[in-house]
Design a protein around this ligand. Sequence first.
Ligand SMILES: [Zn+2]
Length: 255
Amino acid sequence: MQVRILGCSGGIGAGLKTTSILLDDDLLIDAGTGVGDLSLEELRGLRHVFLTHSHLDHVVGLPLFIDAAFEAYLENPLQVHASQATIDALRAHLFNDVIWPDFSILPSAADAVMHFEPLADGDVLEINSRQIRAVAVKHAVPTLGYCVQAGGKVLAFSGDTTNNQTLWPALNAYENVDVLVIEVSFPNRQAELAEKSGHYCPRTFAQDLAKLKHYPAIWLTAMKPGEEELIMDEVRAELPDRTVRRLESGVVFYL
Ligand SMILES: [Zn+2]
């Protein structure tokens, strides 16, 4: 499986793009501003989008890229997988015919270019030899992380989260986890803000990581712009025995 990081920042600024990860050439996890790096041809080849939650930095690209590749999705409708809460939020606040057209009924309800597919905690989908498991995590709004198993390897992506009791047992249930992409949004001095907004800081992340029995390559995402170096230093100080690196947009790796 090819993994291409289109965006992984907690905000925008020159060189910074928000969350979007392309698996092979047909499946996106989240649709932040990073999705704008895909060519029109690449956008037309997308078949599935798995959304972690409804926050703007994770969905802002979705209405725009469906519009850009509209004709391709007439032939092969885009499947948008998300929790029912996320789908309800997108219908009410984004695809509401005020902010953007409702692509789930265009050009007609029977032949729409976008299909919403509700997912719940623990659901597993098999798509082209990749097994994708949804795992509920804890954030300011209902949020799903995703574990993707392909070719005997496991990639886990937390989505936005803070201390939780759900992701870690789900990861421990796998024989191994090869790559963990996980958020640490705030430095320790903003621990209170992190907790209130449903994010990790280095200290709370280290508390949770102690629950993981595996030793995956750990890549951090969703750091607040300008705080990346401090967060990395604080995480390394908390976790001297773990290999932790900062994820950057444009990175491609294979599992
Ligand atoms: Zn969020």
